[in-house]
Each structure stands twice: as structure tokens, then as C-alpha cells.
Design a protein around this ligand. Structure first.
Ligand code: HEC
Length: 415
């Protein structure tokens, strides 16, 4: 039975009923060159997967989405409606009829190789990083000068590893010409903090107040800011890529790049990526639900745009809350079943104006028990660390502010 996309009593067909769903909900990943294992663009490609399409949509494993319906509405929520779910199920049950190809919707326009518009500029690691088959690889930094002669407003950006199998995460920082961070370190070649001669510089490698352009992690989406919103890359800035590689028994190489689309007009709002971080926890061995909390008050008014929670393999739940003066908690986003292999951003359908002084809280729980199939060592006491066998607790969030305000001025509290 199909409830919505096809007429009552009729069996859904591929071209008329199924293809439109695949186009809007699946093909961003299920097309050549993207992260999914197989394309779902043609009848032949989809028909052989009809039964598993039904199974993974009924179980809501596809499309991947982890926000609890309890809280918040998100503009990038790809979830299928009950009507779409029953269309896919009825189509599979009817042995995947093709129908008439004349009923096809117009093919969506994809930018070849990207999930953003055609980039105005692509910055790529100048040389590929060779990776060993085994062992931990220290965070690699690659400084790439933009040579921008003027300030650039970036409305979309996408980080694209050349080898997704080895990139555990990547952060693209904007090092503006006034910043001293990693100044004097080599440009264009990958190095780790340990390679730096100066102990102070080694120590500072991980800690920077540079603005973040974009974070990439498994399953994550590119940035596409709404009209009137953009990130600023000041003239003379460098892009600093921080690469975390995780290898799985096979030597290889990677040459990650980042594509930028410039805003067509000067934006009304500047987007800043901020973070709530707790790096002082100790997760006891075997604990199935260890709670880690962090909160902070906003130094200035800001429009809250989106969230990106980050933990490692023991991550279990994650929550962003507003805490009112009398302790009343309002949950903005709740991830009841965090999945390390699907790190998504969650964009508020309606950005939320937060007044200066508003307390924003992030709460994570970690599962360090042997029930957690991803747990590398339930007997370990786990603390903060770069590698996946250690943990992280970072609640990234994006805010929009006046275009003249940078991260440093945003953090100056008015007296
Ligand atoms: C955000 C990217 C993304 C979206 C959107 C997405 N998929 Fe997937 N899909 C993947 C990835 C990656 C895998 C393989 C890894 C996994 O199974 O978790 C996968 C696996 C699958 C599989 C299992 C393949 C197998 O080997 O049996 C099916 C079936 C599937 N997807 C169908 C769909 C359908 C139908 C939609 C839309 C309703 C969809 N997917 C949306 C990324 C995506």
C-alpha cells in the first residue's frame, strides 16, 4: 500500500514514486564518488537493492540521522515521512516494478565531485601524506597559504579527503595574518607537533584561538550557509589543516583538499564556530554511562545556527541545553545513540537568538563497558587524548554575529 507519493490502491513504480525519494533523500551520498558503497541513481542500481532499501528505511538506519524527535527542528533532517516509508516498502513488496520512464522527475543537478556548488577555489595539500599500515599517526598539520589579496566571504565549503578510509577527522582553521599560531612552522608539508623544534610551539599546536572554517569527520556534511550568512577568511590568511589519520592495516596515502564558494554579496551576518570542551574527565573502567558536563555563558548576543558534537568510540549520548537562571533546562538537541561513524551537524530550522549571559551547556555520556562493541579497552581509565582509544568531549556550535565582530572581540565581555 502506498500512502502519499502514489495514488490510493496503485502499486508504486520506480520512475514515478521511488526515484523522487531517492533523489531528495539518498543520492547526496548514493552517487559515484560519494561516501555510500553503491549509487542509487538508475532503475538497475536501485532494483537489486529493493529489499534492503525497505529494511534500512524501516529501521531508520537510512538516511542516517540521530537527533531525538523530542527536541528541536533541523533544516538538514533527511528523515523520511511515513508516506515515503510505505511507498518504498510497497515498491519492494511488489518486486520493484519499473513503471514508465516518462514519469521520471527531472534529474537533480549535482556538482561533479562536490556536495556544494562548483567551488571558486580549491586548496589541496601540496604533497600527499604517506601513511603506514599500522600504529598511531600523530596529528598532522599542513599550512596552506591562500594568497588572498582581499577579505573573502565564504558561503559554502567542503573538505574532501582523497582517501576517506584513512581520514578520521580533519579541521580546517583560518590563521589570520595577525595570529602567531604555528608561525615559523613549515608551509605546504605535513608535520606533527613533535617535529617542531620549539617546545612552546609544540605545546601550542593543539590549542589555538583561530576561527574554524570547517570540521570533517565520517559522515559529516559540507557547510552551506543560508543567504546573508558567511564565514570570513581575511586577506593574507593561511588555511591550516589539522589531519587525524587512522590506519587499518594497509599502507596508503592521502591528499585532502578543501573547496570554497564565495558569497555573491557582502553578508549581513558573520558565522563563527565556537566550542564547549571538557578535557578534564576520567572515565572509570567498565562504566556503562559516565557523565561529562561543560557549560559557559555567552559573552555577547549571538544567533545560534547549528551543532556538531564530537566524541570518540566510547561516546554514547550527547545533549545541548539552555540553562535558565533558576536551573530550568531546555534541551536544544539530544542524540540518544551517538554513533562515532556518523558525525553529523545539526542545523536549526530557525536560528535562535541568544542574549549575552545565556548559559549553554553540553552533556555527554560515555560507555566504557564491554557491552559497547566499539570499546577498544573496557579495562582502561580513559582520559582526553588525540587518538581514538582516548576520548574527546567537544560540543562545536556555530553562531552568527555582526560582520564586523571577530572571534576575539566576541569574547570580550561588555562591562
Ligand atoms: C549521509 C550519507 C547517506 C545518505 C543520505 C543515505 N545513505 Fe545509504 N549508506 C551510506 C553509507 C556510507 C552506507 C554504507 C555504510 C553503512 O552501511 O553504514 C550506506 C548503506 C546503505 C545500504 C546498505 C547497503 C548494503 O551493503 O546492503 C542501503 C540499502 C542504503 N544505504 C540505502 C539508502 C537509502 C534508501 C537512502 C535514502 C532514503 C540512503 N541510503 C541515504 C550513506 C548514506
Amino acid at each position: 500500500m502506498c500512502a502519499f507519493a502514489c495514488r490510493a490502491g496503485e502499486t508504486p513504480t520506480f520512475y514515478r514514486d521511488v526515484l523522487p525519494i531517492l533523489q531528495t533523500h539518498c543520492q547526496a551520498c548514493h552517487r559515484p564518488g560519494q561516501i555510500a558503497p553503491m549509487p542509487l541513481e538508475t532503475y538497475q542500481q536501485a532494483a537489486r537493492y529493493a529489499a534492503s532499501i525497505k529494511a534500512v528505511t524501516q529501521s531508520r538506519t537510512m538516511p542516517p540521522w540521530f537527533a531525538d524527535k523530542c527536541c528541536g527542528h533541523f533544516s538538514n533532517d533527511p528523515s523520511l515521512t511515513t508516506g515515503e516509508l510505505s511507498t518504498l516498502a510497497a515498491w519492494a513488496d511488489a518486486k520493484a516494478p519499473a513503471g514508465d520512464s516518462k514519469d521520471s522527475p527531472t534529474a537533480p543537478h549535482w556538482t561533479a565531485g562536490w556536495n556544494i556548488d562548483q567551488p571558486d577555489v580549491v586548496f589541496k595539500m601540496p604533497v600527499a601524506k604517506h601513511l603506514p599500515a599500522h600504529g598511531d599517526v600523530k596529528y598532522q598539520y599542513i599550512i596552506i597559504p591562500t594568497h588572498f589579496k582581499e577579505d573573502k566571504w565564504v558561503s559554502m565549503s567542503e573538505i574532501k579527503p582523497s582517501n576517506r578510509a584513512v581520514v578520521h577527522h580533519a579541521v580546517a582553521y583560518i590563521r589570520d595574518p595577525k595570529s602567531n599560531w604555528l608561525r615559523g612552522a613549515p608551509t605546504g608539508v605535513a608535520f606533527s607537533a613533535d617535529d617542531l623544534p620549539d617546545p612552546a610551539m609544540r605545546h601550542d599546536a593543539m590549542w589555538t584561538d583561530s576561527d574554524i572554517l570547517l570540521v570533517y569527520a565520517p559522515g559529516s556534511l559540507p557547510d552551506r550557509w543560508p543567504n546573508g550568512f558567511a564565514k570570513l577568511v581575511p586577506a593574507g590568511s593561511d588555511i591550516v589543516l589539522q589531519m587525524h589519520y587512522a590506519v587499518h592495516g594497509q599502507a596508503g596515502e592521502d591528499q585532502t583538499g578543501i573547496g570554497l564558494v564565495f558569497a555573491k554579496t557582502a553578508p549581513a551576518k558573520r558565522v563563527l564556530t565556537l566550542q564547549l570542551t571538557n578535557d578534564k574527565f576520567q572515565i572509570p573502567p567498565g562504566d556503562p554511562s559516565y557523565r561529562v558536563e561543560v557549560h559557559g555563558s555567552l559573552p555577547n548576543d549571538a544567533l545560534l545556527m547549528s551543532f556538531f558534537p564530537h566524541m570518540h568510540l566510547r561516546g554514547k549520548t550527547f545533549e545541548y541545553n539552555l540553562v535558565a537562571p533558576h536551573g530550568r533546562v531546555q534541551t536544544l538537541l539530544r542524540i540518544p545513540n551517538y554513533d562515532f561513524y556518523w558525525q553529523l551537524s545539526y542545523r536549526l530550522a530557525t536560528p535562535l537568538l541568544l542574549k549575552a549571559g545565556t548559559v549553554l551547556q553540553a552533556v555527554a555520556t560515555f560507555d566504557n563497558s564491554n557491552k559497547n562493541v566499539h570499546n577498544p579497552d573496557p579495562a582502561a581509565t580513559v582520559t582526553w587524548g588525540e587518538q581514538t582509544w582516548a576520548e574527546m568531549m567537544v560540543g562545536f556550535f556555530d553562531v552568527a554575529v555582526d560582520p564586523a565582530i571577530d572571534k576575539k572581540t566576541f569574547f570580550q565581555r561588555p562591562r
